[in-house]
Every structure is written in C-alpha cells, then in structure tokens.
Design a protein. Sequence first.
Length: 302
Amino acid sequence: MQVLTLIVCILAISISSMDLSLAIVWGRRASLKWSKFLVVFSSTLLGVVFSYAIVQFSYLFENSLAIMILRYVWDILFHIDIGFLIIFIPLFINWVIARPMPVYEKVIFSLITAAFAIFYIFSIVISDSFVLFEYLCFCLVIIYTIAVMAVNVSKSSSFGVKAVSIAIISVSSASLVIMLLSLMIKAFASTALPLIALLYFIMLLVFLFIAIGNQDKRKDKNSEQIISEKIELAKEVIDKFHITEREFEIIKLIKTGLTNKEIGANLNISVNTVNNHIANIFSKTGVRCRIDLLNLFEEASW
C-alpha cells in the first residue's frame, strides 16, 4: 500500500507543479492581491503532498534516529500546511463566488485551526486516537465548502462560475467520501490524503484554465483601453437598467468585497437600507448573485 501511496503522491506533485506554474502566470497577468494568495495556496498544497510523501517514503527504511527525526520534522511541516488550508480554503471559495465572508465565520475557522493544532499535539503526547479529531476538523471545512457552493451555484448564470463551483462541490464531496472510507478501512488511510490532494489539484487546474481564459479575452487590450471600455460599459449598464447614483456607489463597494453591514457603515446608512438597494439592483439587472453583477460590469476578480 505504501508503494501505491507514493505513486499517488508523485502524480499529485506533478499536477500541483502545473497548478503552481499556472498560478504564477495568472498572477503576473492579473496583478491582484488574490493572485498572490493563490500562488501561496498552490505552494502550500504542493508542500502538503511533498511533506506527506517524505514521511511515507521514510517508512521504507529502517528506523534509525536520523530517519525518525526527519519523519517528525516533515510531519510537523505537513500539519502546519493543513492548518493553513483550514483557514484558507473557506476564504478562497468565498472569493470565487464574490461572497463576503462574515467575521464570525473567519473566527470559527481560526478556532478550528487552533483545535486542529491542539489535537495534533495530543495525538503525539497522549494517544493516536486524537487523530480522529484532526480528521473531523478538516471534514468541517469540506462540509462548509459543499454547503456554501451548493447554495450559490444555482444563482450564477456565468458558465465559468458554474463550472468552477461544480468542480469544487464534486471534489469536496469525493474528498468527504474518501476521508470516511479511510477511517473505516485502515489500509486505505495512507493513500487517502494524497488522493484528496490530487482531486483538489485537478479542481485548481479547472479554475486556473478558466481564469486564464478570461484574461486571454482581454490580452490584446492595453490598460487605458480596458479602463476606457469599462467606463463606457458602466455608463451603458447604468442607463440601460436605470441604476441610481447611490446604487452605483454600492456596486463599487460590492467590488471591494465588503459585506452589507460594512457597506452600510461606509455610507452611513442602515443594513436594511443596503439590503433594499441591493435587492433593487438585482431586480433591475436580472442577476441573482454578486459575482454575476460584477461580471455585468466586467469587474469580477477572475
């Protein structure tokens, strides 16, 4: 089984390297804050599988002191990477659909990350049974991902958004099944993680191909042309859908990723008033979610 695990790890590392390369290419073109985060995300995923492969590979050798120390060092790095992913994945999927992530959700996943770290320490110091709770922490991330994307996938009319959302839901659902199987079949446990990573790498490839494809549509235009065309498009949309000045201010704040509460605080109006304005904007334009609204103005991040 260890040989199979190493084969899956090597395959996952190969695809992850492609992801990282594409993320760097997309990041240089996009020049967005999130493009840098995606490079970090890809690097972290690559680090997770590489660390795991090193740990698994070490079991093929005799347990000398050097091998044991190496195993523990890479195991610690592996768990640090997983802790980062517990926080990053919810942020990433919310960014993909332009859903501002509420502060309380960020706090919850920070606490889950802390719990994950504590359970890891307990699994080393007290008992291996705490590994089950480590699994549970990551399962919560997967369940959250499925729930958020399932609620929002039907709202978007964009092919790219739907394709990425479906890919995320499919990968997350498959990952959840694999994790449950690994708990029931111990012999499968060592192969489960690189297999899950492989699925996420494929999902990331789908996203990057679509994101780069969106960029290619505009690659022949210089920045001044793009700005000029966006201004003209904004005027056309405002006139066509009778968008008021206040509504356009709210649209610009939506682009920055603010929640409805934060928009209200920025404009010194109540959350209910913001909700009413956004409902009117959606009604006028015929969109059902933020990312479709941003796509209408060609302001979506990817």
